[in-house]
Design a binder for this molecule. Structure first.
Ligand SMILES: [Zn+2]
Length: 107
């Protein structure tokens, strides 16, 4: 999903996230570009607001799609991908979501 951001918002998010994917912590590469993701998908009532935006790598964004964070995490837990060993990626993503959103992840 493409999102139009106000000027400076993308840069602000990048700095906040230390130039890393919000979910897996990977840096941007030419093969794995950064995109804007709605943490809470619009389908699930998420808002088009700055607090609901994060920068995610393309790989995470495609896989997460419009799933809720908890549903997607379950998926990550069960499937590996080419960038990370599956348990390593899962732990990174779960940790990042927990610390940044302060949500309790039940898995
Ligand atoms: Zn990622």
């Amino acid at each position: 999903m493409s999102v139009r951001l106000k000027k400076g918002v993308y840069e602000k998010l990048l700095i906040e996230q230390d130039y890393k994917c919000f979910y897996c912590g990977a840096p941007e590469t030419t093969k794995n570009r950064f995109e804007i993701d709605h943490i809470v998908p619009k389908k699930h009532g998420g808002k088009n607001s700055e607090s609901n935006y994060v920068i995610a790598c393309r790989l995470c964004n495609i896989q997460k799609s419009d799933k809720s964070v908890s549903v997607w995490l379950k998926e990550v837990q069960n499937k590996g991908d080419e960038h990370f060993h599956k348990s390593q990626r899962f732990h990174k993503i779960a940790k990042n979501i927990k610390t940044k959103l302060k949500v309790k992840i039940i898995c």
